[in-house]
Design a protein around this ligand. Structure first.
Ligand SMILES: Cc1cc2nc3c(=O)[nH]c(=O)nc-3n(C[C@H](O)[C@H](O)[C@H](O)COP(=O)(O)OP(=O)(O)OC[C@H]3O[C@@H](n4cnc5c(N)ncnc54)[C@H](O)[C@@H]3O)c2cc1C
Length: 297
């Protein structure tokens, strides 16, 4: 079976991509690595398109650098590049860990963080890691550029809030500060390669033996990626003892909505794993705070 689209366009600048978005024959879609989109088109989960606009050669989306007091990660940066980047390993350790787990080496070399986020699945690994790293997304359209709080990018499972003529340019993350660190972990079914049974990410600020501040998420724990703020509130200001973890877990079971999914796991198994993964990411991030350069993956 041949491709279902008529035009495959490859812009070499953001301006050119935006012009094509305005002018190209519809229906159209952006494509980066194509590792989600091509399967969705082939398997009928995405409506057929007339035009694909390939953003993988747009330099603005390929940037990965410190800008002022923020780390900028372009939407077109691949999971392989993220996993290898000393900047990301230092400032966004959870994301480096998540990207290093995505798929296998071939997929990781083309699959992008922007595609992971724009696909909007509640357990996508890169997306779950970013959720705790406090990113601001930059979104461009023919009308201009806007900044969006990360959690506002998601409308529902597989649905982002991006308009048809919008491109995700990248993410601005705070640089790592003293006594802060992050961690990511996941559990997969043996011999599967796509989404995990459950994953988790945490960012913490440590003061002595206490969690002075914390951000926590698990995926999938609801229709969209989101922080578990009521659980974070139980943990904030507390030492990381078994008793505190037990209270946080009670809260987590009320706040997170775990489902049985046909291909991956039962609700009960996910509830069980939630404690294991919550403890793992909190303890890892907490231990990393004591390391001089916050974190080698
Ligand atoms: C074998 C295999 C294993 C996988 N394993 C994992 C895994 O372990 N963990 C995991 O999380 N995922 C996994 N995935 C899913 C996939 O690889 C990732 O979600 C990947 O990050 C998607 O990026 P992409 O560049 O390929 O996106 P694409 O498929 O090109 O695009 C995905 C969606 O994002 C939109 N899009 C892309 N770029 C932009 C942009 N800049 N602005 C706006 N919209 C945009 C597209 O229009 C499309 O709707 C796997 C996929 C395969 C095929």
């Amino acid at each position: 079976m041949g491709p279902s689209w008529q035009h495959y366009l490859i812009p070499h600048s953001l301006d050119e991509a935006l012009r094509l978005l305005r002018e190209a024959p519809r229906p159209l879609a952006l494509i980066a690595g194509g590792t989600d989109l091509l399967l969705d088109l082939e398997q009928g989960r995405h409506e057929p398109v007339h035009t694909l606009i390939d953003v993988s050669q747009v330099p603005e989306l390929r940037a990965l650098e410190v800008r002022g007091d923020r780390l900028f990660i372009g939407a077109g940066v691949t999971h392989h590049e993220i996993a290898q980047s000393p900047l990301i390993r230092r400032h966004a350790t959870a994301l480096a860990e998540a990207s290093s787990h995505v798929a296998g080496p071939q997929v990781r070399r083309v699959a992008t963080i922007g595609g992971n986020v724009a696909h909007a699945l509640p357990a996508a690994d890169g997306t779950i890691a970013l959720t705790v790293l406090d990113p601001i997304a930059e979104v461009a359209s023919p009308q201009g550029t806007r900044r969006v709080a990360f959690e506002d990018l998601f409308a529902g499972p597989g649905r982002s809030t991006l308009a048809e003529d919008e491109i995700l340019v990248g993410f601005y993350l705070p640089l790592v500060e003293a006594n802060t660190a992050s961690a990511f972990a996941r559990v997969m079914r043996p011999q599967t390669i796509a989404l995990p049974v459950l994953n988790a990410a945490a960012w913490v600020r440590r003061e002595g033996d206490r969690l002075a501040d914390v951000r926590l998420t698990l995926g999938p724990s609801g229709p969209v990626p989101r922080r578990l703020r009521a659980t974070e509130a139980v943990l904030r200001g507390q030492p990381l003892t078994d008793d505190v973890l037990a209270r946080a877990y009670d809260q987590l079971l009320q706040e997170a909505h775990f489902r049985t999914s046909r291909l991956r796991a039962t609700k009960a198994y996910r509830q069980h794993l939630a404690y294991v993964l919550m403890e793992r990411v909190l303890r890892r991030a907490f231990a990393r705070c004591a390391e001089p350069q916050a974190a080698a993956v």
